[in-house]
Design a protein around this ligand. Structure first.
Ligand SMILES: Cc1cc2nc3c(=O)[nH]c(=O)nc-3n(C[C@H](O)[C@H](O)[C@H](O)COP(=O)(O)OP(=O)(O)OC[C@H]3O[C@@H](n4cnc5c(N)ncnc54)[C@H](O)[C@@H]3O)c2cc1C
Length: 404
């Protein structure tokens, strides 16, 4: 295989060795360009590996049209980017690296059980090496210089230097889990060239509820399964976890945009919990009518609704409405805040889409493109985050290779 680094091919510098940057590096090297990836940490793909600690959702089995709707205001752009590098293309990419995938019952796409995320990253890095992609780890980007230049610091030697590539792709990530390298410090460098970044905010994170000491002691951590949670006209089903600081779980994460908007108007923001989303109103009323005089709440909820601990304690803690039907199907939960950015799965904020053109090139700096979580979009967990990063990386790479 020819190694583009030894040819006089145009040079593309990619800053940030996460999934968006590395996929762009692969596509650009496959297009015959010389590619250098600069990453401030000692290794690339740290957040990609962290994503693998829980259920590692590479993407989702949903069709592209409904898939794109998960990106909120950025949906029209994502519909195009997903058509270019689709969930099916992502699965094929993993298969080409020797990693099979399967679609779980929830639609989430996981690597086959025998493959760890580190296996995928290792196979990927081998492929990038074969393609001649030059990885420069422990190199921190320090900002722009002149019309084309990028200033870096070699963290091993402390030496600063400038590179003047033919095109640049910034793929520096968002601002959650800063220990993985995605610390959001880059906003300063974009602001220096007149790009106003949206402040970062936690996305896909837990919600804070001020429980009494009694509740924390009695309940501790406890799951509530097969529930539905609503906020701001959106309802999400799934399982939540009661914790000593509030709530965690997929439905809570998915509602962070609505909670953030409601909290901006003042705390508390209200979540409404439906403990029996599969029961219709008639069925609920029929079961409520079965309660015998003198029967305790705990015993009645257990026998009529199969609702056991900690539900009775939760209803008491939240001063549930006297109307038990309302309490079971729309229990108001006061949320005082979101968990900190450092622990969030992803972040909202970053470079507004108004600052890039249709190819993801910065309007204020020709030949400089952006991809991944550093753009101001958010999406729920379930494979939408990684797919969004891969698709934007592939989209920017296509534009760069066409330009060069
Ligand atoms: C706990 C957790 C679980 C997750 N689970 C999933 C999941 O199951 N499915 C899913 O789809 N998504 C998941 N995600 C989200 C997913 O990992 C991210 O959306 C994705 O990694 C973002 O990719 P990126 O390429 O945009 O940026 P990142 O992966 O954040 O990479 C950016 C890189 O840029 C580097 N960088 C930053 N500044 C500089 C600088 N000045 N100089 C040089 N380098 C710099 C950073 O060190 C970093 O390596 C999870 C995230 C977390 C934290």
């Amino acid at each position: 295989m020819s190694n583009p680094s030894t040819t006089s091919a145009p040079l593309v510098v990619i800053v940030g060795g996460g999934p968006a940057g590395l996929l762009a590096a692969q596509h650009l090297a496959e297009a015959g360009l010389r590619v250098q990836v600069f990453e401030q940490k000692a290794t690339v793909g740290r957040k990609f590996l962290v994503a693998g600690h829980g259920g590692f959702n590479l993407t989702n089995g949903e069709d592209i049209a409904p898939f794109a709707q998960h990106y909120g205001a950025a949906a029209p752009f994502f519909a195009r980017a997903l058509a270019h590098f689709s969930p099916a293309a992502l699965r094929q990419w993993a298969a080409d690296l020797g990693i099979g995938t399967f679609v779980g019952t929830s639609g989430r796409v996981f690597p086959d059980a025998q493959h760890k995320p580190a296996d995928l990253l290792r196979a990927w890095l081998r492929h990038l090496q074969d393609l001649g992609v030059e990885l420069r780890t422990r190199h921190r980007w320090l900002g722009f210089v002149g019309e084309r230049g990028l200033r870096f610091c070699n963290e091993a030697t402390g030496a600063a230097f400038v590179v003047e590539p033919d095109a640049t792709l910034l793929a520096l990530g968002g601002a959650s889990w800063p220990q993985t390298g995605s610390n959001g410090h880059w906003t300063t460098f974009l602001q220096e060239i007149g790009i106003p970044c949206q402040p970062f905010a936690p996305s896909n994170c837990g919600a804070e509820v001020t429980w009494s000491s009694f509740f924390k002691e009695k309940v501790g951590r406890a799951p509530l399964k097969n529930i539905a949670l609503s906020c701001g006209g959106h309802t999400v089903r799934g399982e939540i976890m009661l914790t000593d600081y509030g709530l965690e779980g997929t439905p809570v994460y998915a509602l962070t945009p609505q909670l953030r908007a409601a909290l901006a108007a003042g705390a508390p923001a209200w979540l409404h919990l439906n403990l029996k989303p599969n029961l219709g109103p008639t069925d609920t009323q029929r079961r409520l009518a079965r309660r015998r005089p003198g029967e305790s709440l705990a015993s009645f909820l257990g026998s009529a609704f199969s609702l056991k601990a900690p539900v009775p304690t939760l209803l008491r803690e939240l001063n549930a409405p006297a109307d038990l039907g309302a309490a079971l199907t729309a229990l108001p939960i006061p949320v005082m805040g979101l968990r900190p950015l450092d622990e969030a799965i992803s972040s909202a904020g970053g470079i507004p889409f108004s600052e890039v053109d249709a190819n993801l090139m910065l309007r204020r700096r020709p030949d400089t493109f952006v991809a991944g979580e550093m753009l101001d979009w958010e999406a729920p967990t379930g494979g939408y985050l990684l797919q969004g990063c891969f698709s934007t990386g592939a989209w920017a790479a296509k534009a760069i290779s066409q330009n060069l």
